[in-house]
Design a protein around this ligand. Structure first.
Ligand SMILES: NC(=O)C1=CN([C@@H]2O[C@H](COP(=O)(O)OP(=O)(O)OC[C@H]3O[C@@H](n4cnc5c(N)ncnc54)[C@H](OP(=O)(O)O)[C@@H]3O)[C@@H](O)[C@H]2O)C=CC1
Ligand SMILES: N[C@@H](CCC(=O)OP(=O)(O)O)C(=O)O
Length: 437
């Protein structure tokens, strides 16, 4: 057997046990799923020292490899961040149950009742970057929504992910949910094998570069919910309030530069640029942001020149490209050309300009007078997120519980047949909506 055949055959076993554990999970009550989430939170608490030690080892190895400061910040789990993530797990437990929700309740004819009811997807395959807190967010969302999950984190976070999944599975042992609902993969070979398992896996969510998401889409028959790069923009309109615009710019670039919702390009209307740019540049440079501008920006503030490549680059770091535009229309055209349909924002006191921006920018998140960093499941009130979907079809933007369920149509009759509703003497349908309870 080749390495790839061995990977596929052992992965089939993993996928089979996950599928069967997920089927049992889907039958459990909301209370049992919530108890399992609490058991996970407790196990994570009691295994904090092991988790932090594993994370320190990952961080040391990544530092030795020369990881950038911002990616290091994403990898690092200190006690505060870990406690926050555990609190997030409990938050998910407290959310309303997304399973078994009655979405449509309709009498088609006397005694013929249609219901549309939400249900779990089954088994999720989620591949993400070296961000250990994602393990806790994704697992709690998966269990709450009744799904099994096969996880694969970035290589720099292998020890952290392993320690976290061990704790999660230990917690599950004390609950009605089988620990087999959560699995961890560690190699790219396993990912290639996973993509072939359309019989056992219902949805693949790749969080990663555009090229990686495309690679996944081209190499699997499993439905893919792409969470690709964030080339996010902030447009400072002619009618922007300057102090507000500077504060938003600094937050959107520097609050967490490695996050996919941080801005990469700042677009500034030509009429406000001479007043706004010197202030914004001073604030950004004061936080060690490297600025790269087009010719018009460089006439106002001394900075590196931006090239065509910059407009299409996600730095994930303290670097910002800056362009002066002639109009709102030019800003929108730039965003729709170079953006990644993630999150883009306008700063303006002109509501008409804001309306045009929100309507015409093609992105999952379009914001007015606030930072792009708000693109997040926790901040949207979803408790947590699997990631941020950059696809056009729903779920789009931060994916929470609603994005992890599908639905079934349940139709109950009493010997009803279609023949009676067709032809010359066809009976009419009532199509009468009934209470959603
Ligand atoms: N929209 C969203 O929610 C998110 C988007 N992103 C985006 O992801 C991008 C890159 O992030 P980065 O940290 O570099 O992550 P990478 O794209 O390098 O990696 C992400 C994951 O994909 C795996 N991977 C990458 N290429 C392959 C491949 N060819 N075959 C199998 N597995 C592969 C990695 O494995 P390994 O580490 O083993 O190489 C890792 O587990 C950024 O653009 C960021 O914005 C990131 C997170 C969330
Ligand atoms: N929603 C998250 C960012 C999304 C995300 O997962 O991004 P990344 O840091 O690229 O892994 C946040 O605001 O921190």
């Amino acid at each position: 057997m080749t390495v790839s055949q061995i990977a596929t055959s052992s992965l089939i076993e993993i996928a089979q046990v996950t599928r069967s554990a997920a089927r049992e999970l889907a039958m459990l009550s909301a209370a049992a799923r919530n108890d399992a989430i609490e058991a996970i939170a407790q196990a994570l608490e009691s295994m904090m020292p092991e988790i932090l030690t594993a994370n320190s080892a990952d961080c040391q190895a990544a530092e030795a490899e020369g990881i950038s400061k911002s990616l290091y910040a994403r990898l690092k789990l200190d006690e505060t961040k870990l406690k926050g993530a555990i609190a997030g797990v409990r938050d998910v437990g407290r959310l309303p149950d997304p399973v078994g929700k009655l979405e449509i309740h309709r009498q088609l004819d006397r005694g013929l009742i249609l219901k549309r009811v939400s249900c779990p997807l089954g088994v999720l395959g989620i591949i993400f970057e070296a961000r250990p807190d994602a393990v806790m967010q994704i697992t709690s969302l998966a269990i709450k929504s009744g799904n099994g999950v096969i996880l694969k984190g970035g290589k720099e976070a292998i020890r952290s992910c392993d320690a976290l999944v061990k704790a999660i599975r230990l917690g599950l042992e004390k609950s009605e949910v089988s620990p087999n609902v959560v699995q961890l993969l560690t190699t790219r070979e396993e990912i290639s094998a996973l993509l072939k398992l359309d019989e056992y896996v219902d949805l693949i969510i790749p969080r990663g570069s555009n090229s990686f998401v495309r690679f996944v889409q081209e190499n699997t028959r499993i439905p893919v919910l792409g969470h690709a790069e964030g080339i996010c923009h902030l447009y400072i309109d002619a009618a922007a309030e300057i102090t507000k615009a500077v504060d938003i710019t600094v937050d959107a670039k520097t609050q967490y530069p490695a996050a996919c919702n941080a801005i990469e390009t700042l677009l500034i209307h030509k009429s406000i640029a001479p007043d706004f740019l010197p202030l914004a540049a001073a604030a950004l440079q004061g936080r060690n942001v490297e600025l790269r501008g087009d010719d018009r920006a460089r006439e106002i503030v001394d900075m590196f020149p931006a090239t065509q490549t910059d407009w299409a680059t996600e730095y994930s770091d303290l670097i910002l490209s800056i362009k002066i535009v002639d109009s709102l229309a030019d800003a929108i055209a730039h965003i729709n050309t170079y953006g990644s349909r993630h999150t883009d924002a306008i700063v303006t006191e002109n509501n008409e300009a804001a309306k045009v921006f929100l309507a015409q920018v093609d992105a999952a998140g379009v914001y007015h007078n606030c930072s792009t960093r708000f693109a997040d499941g926790y901040r949207y009130g979803f408790g947590a997120e699997v990631g941020i979907s950059t696809q056009k079809m729903p779920p789009r933007g931060p994916v929470g519980l609603e994005g992890l369920v599908t639905y079934k149509y349940q139709l109950t009759g009493d010997g009803h047949i279609v023949e009676n509703y067709s032809g010359k003497n066809a009976k009419p349908f009532h199509h009468q909506d009934l209470p959603l309870e």
